[in-house]
Design a protein around this ligand. Sequence first.
Ligand SMILES: [Zn+2]
Length: 345
Amino acid sequence: MVRSAAGSVRYRKGGPNTVLRLALWEIWGSKCYWCNTPVLLNSTQIDHIVPQNVSEARLEELKSAYRLPIDFDLHDPRNLAPICTSCNGVEGKGNTTHVAPVVMTRLKYAEKRRSAVIARVLKFGRSGKVAEHLLQAAMADLSDPDIRQEFVEHAPAVVQTLAMTDPELGDYLSFHLVEVAVQSEAGDYQRVQVTLDSRGRTAVALLEKVCGSALDDVLQGPVIQLVEEISGRVTDGFEALESAEPITVGEPTSDFVTINVDSLDFRRFAGTVEFTFGGDFEASLSASLVRVRPDGDGTDDLQGDAVVSGSFSIDAVWELADDQTGVTAGDCIIDAWTQDLHAAR
Ligand SMILES: [Zn+2]
């Protein structure tokens, strides 16, 4: 029996890894997995989440620390992710081994996306010439003036063909990105990535130019509310952990919270404009837990780790009559929620 096709999808030292790079970039949402910033395919690199140059001995230690399978393959898509050049550079993520929860979270995401990455690579292998040419175009080195010129001359025909096939597709990769920072009462900053298509960009123009509100002012309240809601749900989750004995939970602290707004729509009525923001979040939190021992004799101190993700929506309204007030945002509603909680000594 030959090796399965899925097993053949792995990073090759010395390349070529172009199709694998394309697959990772697409399946991970065209973003750097480390800083979460949208990145073009031609400036994306493949990162080994557990570095590929670790010693045998260190790899064994990491396998046990990260609860990885015995036959863990460093070059398998379950250890690969797309990274931007600055995060992969000297100043970025580096090849140091990071604290366990952060790496474990990333490995979990890679595991979740592994089968889609493999399917994408295999599908590309079955595609024809057009896919190959388009990939070459996407990977073109635009820092070369001649290539750039060639790209600018010929790319519009492709984009037009795409837009005629499906109008939404013609605009799907428009990385209009703004970064909004909001501040909680405790003084913590929370970054919010806003990536919008043409409809969303129109909405921002309306919000800022017509309604006279700044995007970060509108998002301030709901985003702080979202961060608090995440913390509250994690606290509830730890308290409800399967345990015969009551658990007391300290205030969770977050290793990271990433919040992305990726849609913004609006509806105009006479004298009113309604905006709807949509987006998703991922967070890793930890908390100290205290559990009463089953025999009632004293307590155990535990460490709780939580990895959560989901999606949310925010409505905001602008009333022409109160043009002094600007846009008023309502509550942030969590529409989908998944959690993975662990408690250990
Ligand atoms: Zn990055």
